[in-house]
Design a protein around this ligand. Structure first.
Ligand SMILES: *Cc1c(COP(=O)(O)O)cnc(C)c1O
Length: 403
């Protein structure tokens, strides 16, 4: 099919849930993707922080192919080796003792919410069910996770929302102190708000949440669906600040392109689930677990990708600061590792469009924040190329607004 035919087909046959870019993609290799006419794009979106090792990375495709030819799915009525191997890797390299697998970030957060309420009910009684979440957060699109998402624009027309979730301003220690009570089952927070505009939690705020949770017997839940699995230059973002949660959710980058989510917890909390309380038919099937294991192994190699992510991310930040000096419409350079944002005083759409026309994919979130989430394998050269194009794009936009 041609680009035109694919785009027309989307319009004709798919529900209109996405404001898609006018671009069809058929093939990917490393940090590049190609449209049906073989036009090349350098990818600074990586499927929204999913393709951590780039497109069709050898480690990923060979693990996937080998497992596809062996055993793809049998359900959780049985034990399977890839699931055990992946869970073991996650447990050995995090604070957690136990893992539950599912298919997406939303499902991982659903699991975290259910587990939190189960634990609170068993430990403190049924009146303890409240979840404190943050304004401007993003936790997914299911009915529980959308209620946890602190952005009212997502709530219109789907009420009544799940009760028992309240929102406080992000990074507001005073508000956290006022909100937490004996009815608080858990506090849910992203170490860096991704969809919310690449805004990091202050270390002090996270430490205060930890202290408050300890004092009230509440659980601290980190949504690392976007920040986890190497994205910020550590395997998990909580490692930067040394604040350890009780529960952590993962998805996006974990599968390197296959759908997988995970909810991790310490033993004491994980024990609140007993057989029958939660489940997921496809969750953690051999195909996705073998693939995710290959991603994890690549990340854990000595002198490997995590170092590259930190160093390259730092270089990227310096280049973005140069841009900020040049253009008054750039207000802030934000983020960590290869989860970076440029906060603008103007809409980001024109910049995204100009970059795409020049062969670069970038993303704009929250209207005015350009978000850069390339594969963790991105090179300095490609970052340099993007920044040249961004310079031209900002010049063009400034000229247009001036005239
Ligand atoms: C993307 C995202 C989700 C939702 O993940 P899905 O796989 O789309 O369900 C949840 N939390 C955070 C922080 C995310 O970035």
């Amino acid at each position: 099919m041609t680009s035109e035919e694919i785009i027309a087909g989307t319009e004709r046959y798919l529900m209109h849930t996405y404001a898609r870019q006018p671009l069809a993609l058929t093939r990917g290799a490393g940090c590049r993707v190609y449209d049906p006419e073989e036009r090349e794009y350098i990818d600074f979106v990586s499927g929204v922080a999913v393709d951590a090792l780039g497109h069709c990375a050898e480690e990923v495709t060979s693990a996937l192919n080998a497992q596809a030819a062996t055993l793809m799915h049998v359900s959780n009525l049985y034990h399977t080796e890839p699931q055990v191997q992946l869970a073991k890797l996650l447990v050995e390299h995090s604070f957690a003792d136990k893992v539950f697998f599912c298919n997406s970030g939303a499902e991982a957060n659903e699991t975290a919410i259910k587990l939190t309420r189960q634990y609170a009910a068993q430990t403190h009684g049924l009146e303890c069910y409240e979840i404190i979440a943050m304004e401007n957060s993003f936790h997914g699109r299911t009915m529980a996770t959308i209620a946890a998402t602190g952005q009212p624009r997502f709530h219109a027309g789907i009420g009544p929302l799940l009760p028992g979730i309240l929102h406080i301003p992000f990074n507001d220690i005073g508000a956290a102190k006022r909100a937490i009570t004996a009815s608080t089952a858990g506090v849910l927070v992203e170490p860096i708000q991704g969809e919310g505009g690449v805004v990091a939690a202050d270390r002090q705020f996270l430490q205060e949440l930890r202290d408050l949770c300890d004092r009230f017997g509440s659980l601290l839940i980190f949504d690392e669906v976007q920040t986890g699995v190497g994205r910020t230059g550590q395997l998990f973002a909580y490692e930067h600040d040394g604040v350890i949660p009780d529960i952590m959710t993962l998805a996006k980058g974990l599968g390197g392109g296959v759908p997988i989510g995970a909810c991790l917890a310490v033993d004491r909390v994980a024990q609140a689930f007993s057989p029958g309380m939660h489940g997921c038919t496809l969750g953690g099937n051999p195909l996705v677990c073998a693939t995710a294991r290959a991603v994890m192994q690549r990340l854990l190699e000595r002198d490997g990708l995590l170092d590259h992510c930190r160093v390259t991310g730092q270089y990227f930040v310096e280049k973005l600061h140069v841009l900020k000096e040049m253009f008054g419409c750039i207000q802030d350079v934000r983020g960590r590792g290869l989860l970076l944002g440029l906060a603008l005083s103007i809409e980001g759409k024109h910049i995204v469009d100009t970059c795409r026309e020049q062969g670069f994919l970038i993303n704009c979130t929250s209207g005015r924040v350009l978000r850069f989430i390339p594969p963790l394998t991105i090179s300095r050269e490609d970052i340099g190329r993007l920044c040249d194009v961004l310079t031209t794009a900002f010049q063009k936009t400034m000229e247009e607004t001036a005239s």
